[in-house]
Design a protein around this ligand. Structure first.
Ligand SMILES: *Cc1c(COP(=O)(O)O)cnc(C)c1O
Length: 244
């Protein structure tokens, strides 16, 4: 059951993934942006062909502020409730920021997610697609969405199975009338991500979708070499979390 959190409440810390270090976040941002540019150049891609999403989950407003002041405007969060506690106040100061939901979504949080986020990257099953579509209609907001693909077919991970992705994407577009702009994935850990990046790119291409959200702190350069248009980078900017 959703309990509303006052706008200025301190974000709740989740014991299992407590933020432990944010010194130099703005310097880290500069370094990550240079690495993104370098990876794009090396791949022969224009520098504006991919966007950096700064993943600020577990970090508090005061830790995010220096990164906003350094000019970053696109952020990713993985929990609706945590985001509601910290982002409305930040958005008042920085009205041009763009917030992406990159974490699993429950259908009972659809209204809250649609009220807060600009882009929802984790549409991964019909019930969520229907719930988000309904919430968008009711709110009148324009929300762009990505379909999350469980690219490694891992039972513990969210996402539509790769072999069902085409049909699901088409039903999101045609039945649910969602503004699906791309696909997103998190490849299996401790494996070469490149074959998974390549497969996500193929899914995007054959469904005519422009946005490919893949690559995190450990592998964003490889993702950019294989076509990522959005990289989601957390710890390389904000510092390590106790648990990713
Ligand atoms: C936490 C998270 C990231 C960022 O991970 P880092 O390794 O800290 O860069 C990217 N994508 C998703 C979906 C995440 O949950």
């Amino acid at each position: 059951m959703w309990v509303s959190v006052p706008v200025l409440a301190k974000p709740r810390k989740h014991g299992h993934e407590k933020a432990i270090m944010t010194q130099n976040a703005s310097a880290n941002l500069v370094a990550v942006k240079q690495r993104v540019d370098h990876a794009l150049s090396a791949a022969g891609r224009p520098l504006d062909s991919a966007r950096l999403i700064a993943v600020s989950k577990t970090f508090e407003a005061q830790e995010i502020m220096p990164v906003l002041e350094a000019g970053q405007r696109v952020f990713g969060e993985n929990r609706v409730q945590e985001s509601q506690a910290k982002w409305p106040a930040l958005r008042e100061k920085y009205p041009d920021l763009e917030l992406h939901l990159i974490g699993p979504l429950q259908s009972n949080k659809a209204d809250e997610a649609v009220a807060l986020f600009d882009v929802i990257q984790t549409i991964d099953r019909p019930k969520i697609a229907a719930g988000i579509a309904k919430a968008i209609t009711e709110s009148g907001r324009k929300i762009r969405c990505l379909v999350q693909v469980n690219i490694g077919n891992e039972p513990q991970k969210a996402g539509i199975e790769p072999e069902k992705a085409d049909a699901f994407i088409q039903s999101c577009l045609k039945e649910h009338r969602l503004d699906i702009i791309g696909v997103m994935c998190i490849p299996p850990v401790d494996e070469d991500p490149v074959p998974y990046f390549e497969n996500l790119k193929r899914i995007a291409l054959r469904n005519n979708l422009k946005q490919i959200s893949m690559g995190m702190s450990g592998d964003f350069e490889a993702a950019l070499a294989h076509g990522a248009t959005m990289v989601r980078v957390g710890s390389a900017i904000f510092g390590t979390r106790a648990k990713p």
